[in-house]
Design a protein around this ligand. Structure first.
Ligand code: NAD
Length: 459
């Protein structure tokens, strides 16, 4: 049917559900209703907090149901999908706290003679209608990172979820409106092609704020078209991790076995580039390759599965071709390579060079690329030699090496003795360079979704 989008499992092509195929007129209607809701029925902070608390509670109760929807529509292995559902509970919990403590500040205007006798303070008021555009790789928690702060800020939202994974978003919206007390006019889900409904939202004159998570290419294109709207971008990365000889490289190998291959590497902070000190490079590679070979490839609904299908066969073929290109350029496959039941096997490459696409671009697939180095200077230079800048990591026992990495790596976050994949949902998360222009996390997003209005009182 032309007015529906059929959502299929990327693993076996089975139909998982259907959503409407919306167009520009649906976007217009949603934005108009949202704008009217803000003008006519503002949400007081106590109600925002109660809605968010209810969402956290009900999501926790239904975590398994949500995890199964995530796994079906995105092929994220069920055990990884459960972690995502648990994280979304925490995102709503932190947003509820923000709704309760959202304050402006006193402004000491009487510190200048002109202000003597006057009282001044700021109010935080909702910025207006929020347009939220989300990617396929975290169908629940990255939608939560947009809806929860918008509710805490008192903003109505029009959400455009990824076309491949709209069912989880629709289920979350149903929960918020149907069971948590969010007025229906405060949340609209428009499902359809990014280039059509997404673009219509970005261009709409009554949208005040666009919050986008997705690829750098689409994100910066949106910023160019958004005119005077505020635009928050959370974009791609090709995450580096440095492993010093004095660092706990066995622990690093164990963590990377998850951090490089969770959801088949389809995370913006999946470990991709591994720089390992030459004296420990062979031992580290052997350990990592052995662990990666043990990962279970297959059906996302099976409890044992660690790695399942990429979001589309087109993506699978693209990633496979980048592996082939690296091998043709002299890289070696230490683990994986090839397919298993139509799924790209988790792959460890060694001997890569900085010009290969597996080093230069964002792979967004189950591939890590190892390069050995001789000095920390060289490792820092290689890790920083990228147009991205979301998160980077270093494993070292040396405080001075850790501090050098923190000072010299131009990323939004530098993690010490941890993989760059690590994230807590309340932290300020966001990149620099082509990786973005903002910080997400309820505290930071709520502030951006409100405006400070200065009130000056002359008694
Ligand atoms: P994508 O950029 O292809 O799509 C993201 C969203 O934008 C989708 O909803 C899509 O329909 C929509 N869209 C596409 N074209 C549009 C247009 N012209 N106007 C408006 N909207 C449009 O990204 P994806 O493939 O869904 O997700 C993968 C990317 O997301 C990766 O690059 C990954 O690194 C990035 N990502 C970043 C973060 C972060 O927090 N920094 C988190 C997750 C994913």
């Amino acid at each position: 049917m032309s007015d529906e989008i059929v959502v299929r499992s990327p693993y076996d092509g089975a139909e998982v559900g259907r959503v409407p195929k919306h167009g520009r007129e649906d976007v217009d209607r949603a934005v108009a209703t949202a704008a009217r809701a803000l003008a006519e029925q503002p949400l007081p902070p106590w109600r925002r907090a109660e809605i968010l608390d209810a969402a956290a509670r009900l999501l926790a109760d239904r975590a398994e149901e949500f995890a199964r929807t995530i796994a079906r529509e995105s092929a994220k292995p069920i055990k990884t999908a459960r972690t995502e559902a648990a994280r979304a509970v925490s995102t709503f919990t932190f947003a509820a706290a923000e709704a309760r403590r959202l304050t402006g500040e006193m402004v000491p205007v009487d510190a200048a003679q002109v202000g003597e006798g006057r009282l001044a303070f700021t109010l935080r008021v909702p910025i207006g209608v929020v347009a939220a555009i989300s990617p396929f790789n975290f169908p629940l928690n990255l939608v939560a990172h947009k809806l929860a702060p918008a509710i805490a800020a008192g903003c109505p939202v029009v959400l455009k979820p990824a076309s491949q994974t709209p069912l989880t978003a629709v289920a979350l919206a149903d929960l918020l409106v149907g069971e948590c007390g969010l007025p229906a006019d405060y949340l609209h889900v428009v499902t359809g092609a990014g280039g059509e409904v997404g673009a219509a939202l970005v261009e709409h004159s009554d949208v005040a704020y666009v919050t986008f998570t997705g690829s750098s290419e689409v994100g910066w294109g949106i910023a160019a078209k958004a005119g005077r709207k505020k635009v928050a971008l959370e974009l791609g990365n090709n995450s580096p991790v440095i492993i010093e000889a004095d660092g706990d490289w066995t622990q690093a190998a164990r963590t990377i076995t998850t951090a490089g291959f969770s959801h088949a590497g389809q995370s913006c902070v999946s470990v991709q580039r591994i720089y390992v000190a030459a004296p420990v490079a062979d031992d580290f590679t052997a350990l990592l390759a052995g662990l990666v070979d043990e990962l279970v490839v297959g059906d996302p609904m099976e409890e044992a599965t660690d790695v399942s299908a990429l979001i589309s066969t087109g993506e699978r073929d693209r990633v496979a071709s980048w592996i082939d290109e690296a091998v043709a350029g002299g890289a070696k496959i230490a683990a994986g390579g090839g397919m298993e039941a139509g799924v790209l096997r988790p792959t460890v490459l060694t001997g890569v060079t900085p010009d290969m696409r597996v080093s230069r671009e964002e792979v967004f697939g189950p591939v890590v690329a190892i390069q050995a180095y001789d000095s920390l200077d060289e490792a820092l230079r290689l890790a920083d030699d990228t147009r991205y800048g979301l998160q980077a990591g270093i494993f070292t026992a040396s405080l001075s090496s850790a501090l050098r990495a923190a000072r010299e790596l131009r990323f939004g976050t530098v993690l010490v003795n941890e993989v760059p994949t690590w994230r807590a949902d309340q932290m300020p998360y966001g990149g620099v360079r082509e990786s973005g222009n903002t910080k997400e996390g309820p505290t930071y997003a709520v502030r951006q979704m409100t405006e400070e209005r200065l009130v000056v009182i002359k008694p």
